[in-house]
Design a binder for this molecule. Structure first.
Ligand code: FES
Length: 162
């Protein structure tokens, strides 16, 4: 079973602490957005104006950057983001079945987050380890040579919780 990671709720105090580490210039925007997301699981909307002030941009410019990168989220994500690879190598080695099984175990469709914020399910084009296909990524861990048994081992107890 995947170990769940706890994430703090965004507070203005913590947002300001994070920003203080990155103040200085436009170069800090992407690292700061990444840090914010790493901390909270998404970019809290209330942080946009503060980030903009810290790096010398307009809030709309910061918002534009957040919208451009699909890896940056503006809504809370699950504590565990599950990415099932739908690239060619994974597809021909059963990736479609793996995706179907993960959906069943989590009770989620692509792009959905569970109501308890434990999981978000996504698909990705290729994660770059095609030799291990089919692959899935949970958080920062990659699981290769996936099969129905491994999916059950990773998410098995989830099914019985609902
Ligand atoms: S196609 Fe899945 S890792 Fe490359």
């Amino acid at each position: 079973m995947v170990e769940l990671k706890e994430r703090p709720e965004p507070s203005l105090a913590r947002i300001n602490e994070l920003i203080a580490d990155y103040e200085g210039g436009k170069w800090a925007l992407i690292p700061l957005l990444q840090k914010m997301q790493e901390e909270f699981g998404y970019i809290p909307p209330e942080s946009t104006r503060l980030i903009a002030g810290a790096v010398g941009l307009f809030p709309a410019q910061v918002q534009g950057v957040i919208s451009f990168y699909t890896q940056l989220y503006t809504k809370p994500q699950g504590r565990n983001v599950v990415r099932v690879c739908r690239g060619t190598a994974c597809h021909v080695r059963g990736g479609k079945t793996i995706l179907k099984l993960v959906k069943q175990h989590l009770g989620l469709e692509e792009g959905e987050t569970s109501p308890d914020y434990e999981y978000t399910l996504e698909t990705v084009a290729c994660i770059g380890v095609c030799a291990l296909a089919p692959n899935i990524v949970v958080g920062t861990s990659t699981y290769g040579h996936m099969n129905p048994k491994k999916v059950a081992q990773l998410f098995g107890s989830r099914k019985g919780e609902e």
